[in-house]
Design a protein around this ligand. Structure first.
Ligand code: NAG
Ligand code: NAG
Length: 234
């Protein structure tokens, strides 16, 4: 008996430790979606390929997914939309991955993010994958809705950056370019709170769109726009 007890306590200690670890991991995995398998779409010449077969974009635009995912009352619309798209055989949805300074903004000021809204975007991406839908994520608006380039120009003004009053300074002012570059980097390196995958490593994201409907009225040649490359190194 004495010898038995001697063994029992360490065993109990070990067992409770295992149970504890199991519960902790179990807790973590509870928050992980069961992710359907999905490979990155790749390019071969002029063709998109996935899993060794041609991939055809059958797409639609629902700009509002993140916006509607923020509040509980409207969140079910996101699932319903993605479900409807999948049912119709659609494969890619274009949607906003920005809201700069507007109501329920993702970016509240340069480099400051609302975690609640980021979690809404995490949810949109996770939900899309559940339905086998890929996303084109747009990163800023040329137009004023949801902030857009006008909001970036305003932020620069508010921080006392000397720039031309034209909204086109979005395309060439170094301070604004660095705001935007920082924004893009934050999005690409965001680790999805539901799936644990960084956005840049997530095959659900088919493509990135740098800006919605870009127009630089002060340079009709298009050169200013063409020069807006943003180099990001891993
Ligand atoms: C790319 O396409 C070419 C021409 O159709 C084909 O010969 C080649 O095997 C393809 N490569 C891959 C990796 O699928
Ligand atoms: C910038 O855009 C906003 C929104 O369209 C407009 O109200 C404002 O007048 C523009 N600024 C200039 C200098 O054109």
């Amino acid at each position: 008996m004495v010898a038995g007890n001697g063994l029992l306590y360490p065993l109990l200690g070990f067992a409770s430790c295992v149970v504890f670890i199991y519960i902790s991991l179990g807790d973590l995995t509870l928050y992980h979606f069961e992710e359907p398998k999905m490979a990155f779409v790749e390019r071969n010449g002029t063709r998109f390929m996935v899993d060794g077969r041609a991939f055809y974009v059958n797409g639609w635009n629902s700009y509002w997914l993140m916006d509607q995912a923020v509040e509980a009352f409207s969140r079910p619309r996101v699932k319903a939309m993605l479900q409807a798209g999948a049912k119709m055989g659609l494969t890619v949805c274009r949607t906003w991955a920005f809201n700069d300074g507007a109501y329920n903004a993702l970016q509240t000021s340069p480099g400051r993010f609302n975690e609640r809204v980021f979690k809404a975007l995490d949810g949109v991406i996770a939900e899309a994958r559940q339905h086998g839908i890929r996303l084109i994520l747009s990163l800023v608006n040329n137009l004023q809705a949801y902030g857009g380039k006008t909001q970036y120009v305003k932020w620069a003004w508010e921080e006392g950056v000397a720039l031309s009053s034209s909204n086109d300074s979005f395309f060439f002012d170094p301070s604004i370019r660095s705001y935007f570059k920082n924004y893009v980097k934050t999005i690409l390196t965001r680790r999805n709170s539901l799936t644990g995958i960084e956005y840049r490593d997530d095959p659900t994201i088919f493509a990135w769109e740098l800006i919605n409907e870009p127009r630089c009225m002060s340079d009709p040649s298009g050169d200013t726009l063409q020069n807006c490359r943003i180099g990001l190194k891993r």
